[in-house]
Design a protein around this ligand. Structure first.
Ligand SMILES: NC(=O)C1=CN([C@@H]2O[C@H](COP(=O)(O)OP(=O)(O)OC[C@H]3O[C@@H](n4cnc5c(N)ncnc54)[C@H](O)[C@@H]3O)[C@@H](O)[C@H]2O)[C@@H](O)CC1
Ligand SMILES: [K+]
Length: 484
């Protein structure tokens, strides 16, 4: 099962479905115990113990603060020196506050200047907007080297859109309960390591949460590595170069051959089988990848099982004509870069297309394509376009989102940003197009390509800047880590 991410409303529905466990406080007890354990583990790892360690807690007005207070009480019982600052003293969770006091935790006006860890219990799924000034002042005074453990969400980050308001907490560890929230994927870098505590929410027999998101809203998932490996085309004993899917690439030009070389190179590397190329960079492409069958004219292209049209393919009348021809086939098509610019003028070429269609814009191309900025709600925006146009849309970025018309969205956190380099998009479209040719549905092709692309960037980089050629060279090692 892909990992599921829920909206705040859906999380609350899951909690309500537990009935008594919610009303008698069992869920909160389990949640706060999970927070205490995560903090204790972090203290043990960083300072070799819990006893005598200085723990600061920032407590808001709701149950998120309640979790933090109970966790503080547990840590105090284990010998930590716990100080809590209450942002709204009248509204602080009464039971949690009493528990902290019983355990000899201190309530303070100002947190001590030297702390071993800070617990962010300002807001969780009930939060809206940025940190308010009082909370912002507290966090601004925390030594930047002190680790922060967020309860449920880093406060100031929107639970549903993942928007990082200013200011917001940036956590080293985020401890969440029962099911992951949208923000844990959409704002992954702000959350740090996300730890999921089992608080006993019900699951359906498939092992997924009892999701209650209405069908009109996007439903967000992340594929596991195993799912991607299982879906990746690997030749069997009866395969030959044709049976695995032939991909055709239209990208780059004699004048700017780079996009064609990177895109075909990625297609050649991503899957076995065959890659064709059509365009004026045919000689340059073959020079780099002699296994590619490259021709200048579309009429001589030969048969393919999917097309990639895009990077450096041009936007003139001939390009419009060619894209129209390709989209009029029944084949899967990936449209990127220049192809998207053509579509911004001629959306009718693609809207409601029945064969598998994958558009792969970055934020700038998305804005050009639709006339609307991506904005803070990336998930809603990309899912909206997929639904309106009836095609699969992959929005590139540190968190890549691939949306189907039915509202299913697969997200991928690249975990580093080394792939933010010129030409990396050409590599991505080469990988995804090869997967389309092998028969993967567009959402799987896009999400699997994004995962492997990100891993290739990380492996190629090893902590230093890379170019797209390095990324391409990292593709095979990345696939090895996945397919072993
Ligand atoms: N309901 C339950 O049984 C459980 C709830 N849990 C915790 O409860 C949290 C949800 O609790 P609540 O519904 O009380 O909501 P929160 O505690 O997330 O926040 C609500 C409070 O914060 C205030 N607030 C909103 N935005 C703010 C901002 N930007 N700055 C400062 N204050 C702001 C609101 O006015 C409200 O008083 C979860 O995130 C989780 O941590 C967990 O204990 C698991 C079980
Ligand atoms: K929080």
């Amino acid at each position: 099962m892909p990992v599921s991410y829920l909206t705040a409303d859906a999380v609350r529905a899951e909690e309500r479905a537990t009935g008594e466990l919610l009303t008698n406080g069992t869920l909160m007890r389990r949640a706060s115990h999970g927070v205490a354990q995560a903090v204790a583990a972090l203290l043990a790892e960083r300072t070799n113990g819990v006893v005598g360690r200085a723990v600061g807690i920032v407590v808001g007005a709701g149950d998120n603060g309640g979790d933090a207070l109970y966790a503080g009480a547990e840590l105090a019982r284990r010998g930590a020196a716990v100080s809590a600052t209450l942002l709204a003293p009248d509204k602080a969770h009464a039971g949690g506050l009493a528990a902290l006091r019983r355990a000899r935790g201190r309530v303070v006006e100002t947190l001590p200047s030297s702390l071993d860890v800070v617990i962010d219990g300002v807001v969780g799924i009930g939060g809206h907007g940025p940190l308010r000034p009082a909370a912002a002042t507290v966090f601004a005074s925390v030594d930047p080297l002190t680790p922060i453990v967020a309860v449920d969400l880093p406060s100031g980050v929107d639970a549903d859109t993942g928007q990082i308001n200013q200011p917001a907490v940036r956590a080293d560890v985020t401890v969440t309960f029962g099911v992951r929230r949208h923000a844990h994927l959409l704002a992954a870098p702000q959350c740090g390591r996300v730890e999921l505590v089992d608080i006993g929410l019900a699951e359906d027999p498939e092992g997924a949460p009892l999701v209650s998101t209405p069908p009109t809203r996007p439903r967000l998932y992340a594929l596991t590595d195993t799912e991607i490996a299982d879906a990746w085309p690997v030749p069997g004993p009866h395969d030959d170069k044709y049976t695995q899917g032939v991909v055709g690439v239209i990208a780059g030009s004699h004048r700017y051959p780079g996009a064609g070389i990177l895109c075909t190179g990625a297609a050649v590397t991503a899957t076995s089988g065959m890659t064709r190329y059509v365009g004026s960079a045919h000689a340059e492409v073959v020079e780099h990848f002699p296994e590619v069958v490259a021709v200048p004219d579309f009429a001589d292209a030969g048969r393919v099982q999917a097309w990639i049209v895009g990077p450096g393919a041009g936007t003139d009348d001939a390009a419009v004509d060619l894209l129209g021809k390709i989209l009029a086939t029944e084949l899967p098509v990936l449209v990127d870069a220049d192809g998207l610019t053509v579509l911004s003028q001629h959306p009718e070429l693609v809207r409601g297309r029945e064969a598998p269609t994958l558009l792969t814009p970055h934020a700038g191309e998305f804005a050009r394509l639709t006339g609307e900025e991506v904005g803070a709600d990336r998930l809603g925006t990309v899912a909206g376009l997929a639904q309106r146009w009836g095609v699969t849309v992959l929005l590139k970025g540190r968190i890549t989102l691939v949306a189907e018309p039915d509202g299913t969205v697969f997200g991928n956190d690249a975990e580093s940003s080394w792939a933010a380099t010129a030409g990396a998009g050409d590599v991505l479209s080469g990988i995804a197009g090869a997967l389309l040719a092998a028969g993967l549905p567009p959402i799987w092709a896009g999400a699997a390509a994004a995962r492997v692309h990100a891993r290739a960037a990380a492996l190629a980089s090893g902590g230093a800047p890379i170019g797209a050629s390095n990324l391409l060279a990292g593709l095979r090692p990345a696939l090895r880590t996945l397919l072993v």
